[in-house]
Design a protein. Structure first.
Lengths: 367, 367
């Protein structure tokens, strides 16, 4: 039984999330590759335990704050997949003394900084940009990569390998396109490894694997570590990339209906930018889409209602462009579910889950 | 002296915020209109006290949760400028018993619901859509407005007047355009009041006034209440509308620099969508802009750096498209300030302020 809803609430279907975790863990296990799932999506120690039950012991996070939180909850092998933030060196030193800490380096300056300031050993990965264009050393900048590898001369910075995040796979619109991004990523990363091997840095590992690729690709090739994160909940972006089906989406936002305007085909939700985030997709007709909508069903939510979607959000309002069929079924005072465009950002703003049975699952506290 | 920055932090220039409050309070006082500032922007009891020092006693909020928070901090006249959420009727009844509560109604269903379920008197405003197109009764739907006014038959629902939010003024690109939106809004709202007067609902008040209009318009005309909110901090959207200057922006996000890539004219910040929000502007060259950047100066931040801006955000990363001049001055381990596109959403995700002297100012706790 769903808990009574008063305000926008992240509802988590635990069975679906556990199935997503089990399926991905089994797939990676079969491939013989190390599974280091990204915990930035769920940010929850309780959900972390569901991964542990599937044999996960190594994790990825995206901030020092998150590393501290999960270390405090018993995780002992944590990679911070974000460029080293010099201003948190004191926290990094405490973590490096306590756990197996992994860090990303993409500049000679940061390599030297760690050499001077790190007080306990840490694993270091060169952050490689294989085409996403966000940050990192370009895959074809052999000179730059070798310079950083050489600058990691301190005994405390142990060069483990090359790491990338092919975030452009999120823009893929088919399984074939996702597969093509993965193949290109792996090819570029492997070439960089070969060149570094020739330059005197042998046996480097490769770490990659976003959710679209890990969901779609069957043969991961010669890599050492996969780091998907979003798959625990999936979302509409992943549907668009062909990485999941609606049945795999594990989180939706329950939103009170506060007004219905049938003539304008509009339903107004208590549920806006501060509850859903502002990530959006573009529909085939060019309109922005901030979520799809579903009716309550079977103690959770049903299939998305065809022809209805969240067409706009302001701070607290969500505006649903509603089909006739939806308008016939929905009244002020009801609850509608919004399937998120990008679940990572949606749960980040809500900062707490309720399960279908009403249990509260907290996230990392902030600030 | 700025506090030491470790991670993305909302820095509040208290002097600028107090000046913004004092200036707007004085302007509205001179006009003889009731000032009911919107507190959804700052969401902070401490900042609320700065308004009280300027003589403010009536406030606007955008959720029942926020009304409860400010009522608990001594505010006794609160308008919830959001369609009544039936699922929070128990909270509304407690509030109506404790304070002067104002509610928005835009349907016969909600008017009847309040008539049946409200256990203490509340002021009711008809929510009118004067052209923004988000929610409310259309300004020219006299029949609809009269039907709702008639349905407010209970002795506990006291019809006070007509209220609108002309959110489309945020899209204005000049003071003239803002003034034109205000004039149209007032004309439509006044006509609706006249028609309701003729239908037997005399002496209704008018409530309107967003930040662009309240900043730019000199003669507000025959209205009863102004409700701007964003002006306490202002932001880049308000600059674009001609509503403020850079000197009026009271909040910026201090972000650690984690990588500098001069060849790509790129600076990578620890400061992404979960710190800045994803509201954006479109530059003249068509590129998306998620913030402008400023260097630390005079114990706070300086003028925005010409030709540099946040061009992309992911969950934790902000990517600055950086000018040569900026690249010469910035190094990994420094702190850059990001001026927010939309301060309401930025502070909503950060949920806490630090003043220039390092004092922590909390916001309403959530969840």
């Amino acid at each position: 039984m769903l808990p009574p809803i008063e305000k926008p609430t992240a509802i988590l279907n635990e069975a679906v999330a556990r199935r997503n975790i089990a399926r991905m863990a089994a797939k990676v296990r079969r491939s013989g590759i190390r599974f280091r799932p990204h915990f930035k999506t769920h940010q929850s120690a309780a959900i972390g335990e569901w991964f542990r039950e599937e044999g996960v012991s190594a994790i990825t996070v995206s901030s020092v704050e998150m590393a501290r939180y999960f270390a405090a909850h018993g995780w002992r092998d944590i990679l911070i997949a974000f460029p080293v933030n010099w201003l948190e060196i004191a926290h990094l030193n405490r973590l490096a003394a306590e756990i197996e800490l992994g860090l990303l380096v993409e500049s000679v300056e940061t390599a030297r900084f760690l050499g001077e300031r790190l007080t306990a050993p840490a694993s270091v990965w060169l952050k490689i940009d294989t085409g996403y264009g966000r940050t990192g050393l370009r895959w074809d900048d052999a000179e730059g990569q070798i310079a950083v590898a050489r600058a990691l001369s301190s005994g405390r910075t142990i060069l483990r390998g090359l790491l990338t995040h092919a975030g452009h796979s999120y823009a893929a619109r088919s399984q074939e396109a996702v597969g093509a991004v993965y193949a290109e990523t792996l090819s570029r990363l492997s070439a960089a490894r070969d060149r570094l091997g020739e330059a005197g840095f042998p046996a480097l590992q490769l770490s990659l694997g976003d959710t679209p690729a890990c969901s779609v690709v069957d043969d991961f090739g010669n890599v050492d570590e996969l780091r998907p994160g979003n798959f625990v909940f999936y979302d509409l972006m992943q549907i668009q990339a062909g990485a999941c089906s609606y049945d795999d989406i594990a989180v939706a936002v329950a939103c009170p209906v506060v007004a219905v305007h049938p003539r304008e085909h509009k339903i107004v939700l208590y549920g806006g930018a501060v509850h859903l985030s502002k990530d959006r997709l573009t529909r085939a007709d060019g309109a922005a889409l901030y979520g799809e909508v579903a009716l309550p069903a079977d103690g959770g939510w049903g299939a998305p209602v065809p022809g209805s979607y969240v067409s706009g959000v302001s701070q607290e309002h969500g505006i649903v462009c509603a089909s006739d069929a939806l308008l016939e079924q929905v009244h002020t005072g009801d609850v509608l579910f919004v399937l998120p465009v990008h679940s990572c950002l949606t749960v980040d703003v809500l900062r707490q889950y309720r399960t279908l049975t009403g249990e509260v699952i907290p996230m990392m506290p902030r600030p």
